[in-house]
Design a protein around this ligand. Structure first.
Ligand SMILES: Cc1ncc(COP(=O)(O)O)c(C=O)c1O
Length: 363
């Protein structure tokens, strides 16, 4: 068995012990809240990690793209929710093929979008399960809560469609300045969605599934009355932004990058061999602060080009060419998506590989 010290740099590491603890903790929270856990697999895109989540008790997985669902279905995952407004007859034909193999549910926020899917299912004598996306404050996609009954009624009346419920993503929690504010966002996310589901039921519409979730808001949203499911994703690896948001401690970050100092051109500047091709350019949340922390030190990466990560060296810290450093990235999901394989470790011992089987699937 080789050690982390012997790995080529940069390499992306996942500590299996920390990963297992993260999986177990979120499952325990969901069990205590009495809701189903349906982790968003966008973070890992990996069958090995998805299986760990199911073995711990997750109901199924969440994905965003039809092509991601195709990868997971081919690997034997049989209960998938595409939490994304899928649109178009070409996608519908692929969803129909998927629905033969898996219990499939798809997100939507428009009558036109659902109509473009329902026609294909109706022609095949089938019905596609749809959850209506409700905007509870992120203002990205989703119908405003006060329009939900109207849109849901029109969707439910379309041929080839079965309305199954509602969902939301409290991503606005990523902008909350304190953990207390994050929790407030999560409680509001749950309340608004549960009220919307109740309004649908009062109008005679089906709204059995009431699905919330992001990593920062998971704990506060999943305990809301009327919530049936939670879909956090990042918790499985965690990252520097989650530490800053108060979702976890630094010790709960399973994913890190081992990189090498390749240049020290000035006393206050050092350069590592992990640039945007390794780390992505995603900003730190909730407040922008460079592109990655150096574990155990104050210096951080303040500038990136594709193969260069430029460190601003803090007074009292010193880097030499050839030093190996451990980087905590701003956002674990985008890092995983940049790599075919991650290195599974326990402490300093290399244990194997984690395939990012559904990486780069955009269609
Ligand atoms: C619709 C949806 N659900 C759930 C999640 C998971 O949230 P997080 O990455 O904060 O765990 C995301 C993340 O982008 C999302 O877009």
């Amino acid at each position: 068995m080789i050690s982390v010290e012997e790995l080529p740099t940069p390499s992306v590491l996942v500590d299996l012990d920390v990963l297992s603890q993260n999986v177990a903790r979120m499952q325990r929270l969901a069990n205590e809240a009495g809701v189903a856990l349906r982790p968003h697999a966008k973070t890992h895109k990996s069958p090995e990690v998805g299986r760990l989540q199911l073995e711990a008790g997750a109901r199924g997985l969440t994905l965003a793209k039809t092509s991601e669902a195709e990868v997971f279905a081919a690997l034997g995952f049989d209960d998938l929710f595409l939490a994304y407004p899928i649109v178009g007859a070409d996608k519908a034909r692929r969803l129909l093929a998927l629905a033969d193999r898996v219990r499939l549910t798809v997100g939507a926020d428009s009558v036109e979008g659902v109509r473009s899917l329902g026609g294909v299912f109706a022609a095949a004598g089938r019905r596609l399960r749809i959850r209506l996306k409700v905007d509870t404050g992120l203002h990205r996609v989703g119908v405003p809560p006060d329009c939900a009954v109207d849109v849901a009624a029109r969707i439910a009346g379309l041929p080839g469609i079965e309305l199954a419920g509602v969902f939301t993503h409290g991503g606005q929690g990523y902008g909350a300045p304190t953990p207390e504010e994050v929790a407030r966002v999560g409680r509001a996310e749950a309340r608004v969605l549960a009220e919307t589901a109740a309004a649908l039921r009062s109008a005679g519409l089906a709204a059995g599934d009431v699905s919330v979730g992001s990593t920062p808001t998971a704990a506060s949203a999943m305990t809301g009355a009327g919530v049936t499911e939670c879909r956090p994703g990042t918790y499985v690896y965690n990252d520097r932004s989650q530490v800053a948001l108060g979702s976890c401690r630094e010790a709960d970050c399973a994913l890190s990058i081992v990189a090498m100092v390749v240049s020290v051109p000035a006393g206050d500047r050092a350069v590592v061999d992990a640039g945007s091709k390794t780390l992505s350019t995603d900003p730190m949340r909730p407040v922008e602060d460079g592109f990655g922390a150096i574990v155990g030190l104050k210096s951080r990466i303040v500038r990136l080009s594709e193969e260069h990560g430029v460190l601003s060296v803090e007074p009292g810290e010193r880097f030499r060419v050839g030093d190996r450093v451990r980087i905590l990235p701003n956002h674990a999901c985008v890092v995983a998506n940049l790599h075919d394989e991650l290195v599974a470790v326990r402490g300093d011992r290399v244990e194997g590989r984690i395939r990012v089987a559904a990486r780069g699937k955009v269609q």
